[in-house]
Design a protein around this ligand. Structure first.
Ligand SMILES: N[C@@H](CCC(=O)N[C@@H](CS)C(=O)NCC(=O)O)C(=O)O
Length: 198
């Protein structure tokens, strides 16, 4: 399968997940800041009508988009990786609860910070709201190494990437969240993905 990713963007969460799951894949780098041309001459929009990453292309030609779907698909390809609890279990719904929170409240919440067209006033309000949403994460990490307990899951890979964006702004993260970031950075696959440049 192929992962279309802009290194450092949300698609890096899927990159981490693919490595953690030990799956065979090809990384197709897409530069979102340029013309989004792909190595084969097509454009990102030819593969994904939404013109965004991540995109997962399966060997049978199926195209899957959206972080929350792709991350769960990857996890399910190797259940022994522990990247997601089994489908239909209560623990799986907990994971989905986190994936939704990260996708909507955190990922979309920090989005305005990357919009050059928005005034600073709107951006600082968005950042304040985003930091407020992190209180729930800080709380969840009080007694847990990772969001759902001791096991690193795809929710953690997604959270890690979204948190990494805060380094671009004048933000001091709370203690449990900072410890979570350091813990993730002890994982060799996380370090590998962080080192991939656009
Ligand atoms: N709803 C999508 C959003 C993905 C998304 O926001 N991707 C960003 C990178 S982090 C992107 O490709 N932005 C380019 C654009 O929207 O033009 C998902 O959750 O997968």
């Amino acid at each position: 399968m192929k992962l279309y990713s802009h290194p450092g963007a949300c698609s890096s969460a899927s990159h981490i997940a693919l490595l953690e799951a030990g799956l065979d894949f090809e990384l197709i780098k897409v530069n979102l800041h340029s013309d989004r041309k792909l190595p084969d001459g097509r454009s990102l929009v030819d593969v994904n009508q939404k013109n965004s990453v991540p995109v997962l292309e399966l060997d049978n030609g199926e195209i899957l988009t959206e972080n929350t779907a792709i991350l769960q698909y990857i996890a399910d390809q190797n259940p022994s990786s522990g990247l997601a609890p089994a489908n239909g279990t209560w623990e799986r719904y907990r994971l989905q609860e986190w994936l939704s929170y990260i996708n909507f409240e955190l990922h979309a919440g920090i989005g305005p910070m990357f919009r050059p067209d928005l005034p600073d006033e709107i951006k600082s309000k968005a950042l304040e709201k985003f930091l407020g949403k992190l209180a729930h994460v800080e709380d969840a990490l009080t007694d847990n190494d990772y969001l759902t307990g001791d096991q690193f899951t795809v929710a953690d890979s997604y959270l890690f990437i979204v948190l990494s964006w805060t380094a671009m702004f004048d933000v001091k993260l709370s203690p449990n969240i900072s410890a979570f970031q350091e813990r993730c950075m002890t994982r060799p696959h996380v370090v590998t993905v962080k080192a991939v440049a656009a």
